[in-house]
Write a protein that binds this ligand. Structure first.
Ligand code: R5P
Length: 335
């Protein structure tokens, strides 16, 4: 097939499962890649087959172990460049270090920018990121970047269960207001905003609920669940304000530290009625959460890669318009 002749698709260690699903949607085979670990801990990655003059697509989430997966990706890009690939598109279903995008205190690093520099220096010619923590981090790259969101796909699954009657979309913090507003427009739903503070790292406190939530069902979507502190605190605050049912979700489910136990408690005590995540991470950290629904985002990723691989005038913007149109009921506008 023409697609397979010009393009090659790799899935590295952190995204083997997701990569296989994406390849299936595209009607392609994943290209074999050799990943070796030497006795001293060094990694070596290389394509098993020739990739000379091919458009290379590589999928890797830089999730836990973050540094290991990031280094594997950088080495892979370097090897693809030195093997005369025509272009190298890096698809990051999850971008580790994205939250270190500014100095919040003196002497802090901006590691999100450092990772962008490393990816480009290694040889990435285009980068595609799913639900990047802050949109402005696109500016850390000088190569073309597409930041795409799988939250529409996650929301779609939530709406199927929650319905739109008497439902409010809730932003878990100020940083997520734009996402919540965009999602609310799709279904013409009202928005509420939570005033989240972090008294110390990995601790979240909700000090205020802005908007009308009493007696409603709430859909709350974040970009990621790490320790779960944000969503669990958010859902408790919403319950205290008289919300009926709570559907909580995120694109990326990291589930670090006590997240599994905390969500099980929240689900048991009905602070959360149902929890959703996208499958941007292959990990199994969420095993044991009763009431968790995993939403498959691989069709979206395949659609994005299909735009790159097809020699037509297709665009990612058009793809999103199609996606949001098919989801939307009574949508007013979308940007
Ligand atoms: C913060 O700004 C992010 O959007 C997430 O809300 C946060 O990183 C989630 O982390 P945790 O689950 O540890 O509260």
């Amino acid at each position: 097939m023409d697609r397979q002749r010009k393009n090659v698709l790799f899935a590295l260690s952190a995204s083997k499962e997701l990569g296989a699903k994406v390849a299936k949607h595209l009607g392609m085979k994943l290209s074999p890649v050799e990943i070796k670990h030497f006795a001293d801990g060094e990694t070596m990655v290389k394509s098993v087959e020739s990739i000379r003059n091919k458009h290379v697509f590589v999928i890797q989430s830089t999730s836990k172990p973050v540094n290991e997966n990031l280094m594997e990706l950088l080495i892979a890009i370097d090897s693809f460049r030195r093997a005369s690939a025509k272009s190298i598109t890096v698809l990051l279903p999850y971008y580790g270090y994205a939250r270190q995008d500014r100095k919040t205190l003196g002497r802090e690093p901006i590691t999100c920018k450092l990772v962008a520099d490393l990816l480009q220096q290694a040889g990435a010619t285009r980068v595609t990121i799913i639900d990047l923590h802050s949109a402005q981090a696109q500016g850390f790259f000088d190569v073309p970047v597409d930041t795409c969101s799988a939250s529409y796909t996650v929301l779609d699954a939530m709406i199927k269960e929650a319905g739109t009657r008497n439902t409010v979309i809730v932003s878990p913090d100020y940083g997520s207001v734009k996402r919540a507003r965009d999602l609310s427009l799709l279904y013409n739903l009202p928005v509420a905003i939570l005033d989240k503070r972090r008294p110390e790292p990995n601790k979240a406190e909700i000090t205020n609920v802005l908007g009308f939530v009493r007696g409603k069902n709430a859909i709350i979507i974040d970009d990621m669940i790490d320790t779960g502190g944000t969503l669990v605190a958010a859902c408790k605050a919403l319950k205290q304000k008289g919300v009926k049912k709570i559907f909580a979700g995120a694109t990326h489910g990291l589930f670090s530290r006590d997240a599994v136990a905390n969500f099980n408690t929240a689900l048991k005590h009905k602070y959360i009625d149902r929890l959703y995540i996208g499958n941007t991470l292959d990990n199994v950290n969420h095993i044991g959460i009763k009431g968790l629904k995993i939403v498959d985002v691989s069709p979206l990723l395949a659609d994005i890669l299909n735009v790159y691989m097809t020699d037509t005038d297709k665009s990612i913007t058009q793809l999103y318009k199609k996606l949001t149109h098919s989801n939307s009921k009574g949508r007013k506008s979308w940007k």
